[in-house]
Ligand binder design. Structure first.
Ligand SMILES: [Zn+2]
Length: 163
C-alpha cells in the first residue's frame, strides 16, 4: 500500500486504512454492477469521514449514452445536497480524471481514497498539492478488473478516457 497524506500541516486526522479499504469495497461493488450492465467498470462512493455512506455510483457512459456520467459524478449526485463537503471522502476504484478532480476541488471534498493508479494516472497529485488528503490503496482487484476490461474493450476505454 502506498500512502500519501499532504500537506503535513493539515488539521484533519489521517485516513484510517482499514476503514478506507471497506469504503473501497463499496466502490468496487459499484464498478462490478456497471460491468454487469455492459458499462465501463469504474465505481465510486461518497462517505462521511466516519464511514457513513452518502451516495454511490458508477460510470454510465454506455448505459446512459452520456459521457459526463463518471463514477465520481454519479456518486456525488446520488448523495444529494450538502452545505459542506470538507468532512466527506470520495472513494473511487480509479485515480480521478481531471473532470472528477475538478469536482472534488470545486466542492472542497476533504479526502480521496483511490483503488488504483496503474491503468490511469489522473489528477490526484494536483489534489494533494491543494491540500486534499489522498490515499492510494494499490488494490490488486481494482487493477485487474479494469485491466481486463481495457484489454477486451480497447476502443470504449480510449473513448472514455479521451485519448
Ligand atoms: Zn472522471
Amino acid at each position: 500500500m502506498l500512502e500519501h497524506t499532504f500537506p503535513m500541516s493539515t488539521p484533519r486526522s489521517p485516513l484510517v486504512p482499514t476503514l478506507a479499504r471497506s469504503m473501497l469495497r463499496r466502490a468496487y461493488d459499484e464498478a462490478q454492477a456497471g460491468l454487469a450492465e455492459g458499462g465501463i467498470p469504474i465505481g465510486a462512493a461518497l462517505f462521511s469521514r466516519d464511514g457513513a455512506l452518502l451516495g454511490a455510483g458508477h460510470n454510465r457512459r454506455v448505459q446512459d449514452d452520456d459521457a459526463s456520467v463518471h463514477a465520481e459524478t454519479d456518486a456525488f449526485r446520488r448523495a444529494g445536497r450538502r452545505r459542506d463537503y470538507a468532512d466527506t471522502v470520495m472513494v473511487s476504484t480509479l485515480s480521478p480524471c481531471w473532470y472528477c478532480s475538478g469536482l472534488i476541488r470545486q466542492f472542497n471534498i476533504g479526502a480521496v481514497v483511490i483503488g488504483e493508479t496503474a491503468n490511469f494516472y489522473g489528477g490526484h497529485d494536483w489534489l494533494a498539492e491543494l491540500g486534499v488528503q489522498v490515499l492510494v490503496l494499490d488494490d490488486p482487484a481494482c487493477t485487474a478488473m479494469l485491466a481486463d476490461f481495457i484489454s477486451s474493450h480497447h476502443d470504449l476505454w480510449f473513448e472514455d478516457i479521451g485519448l
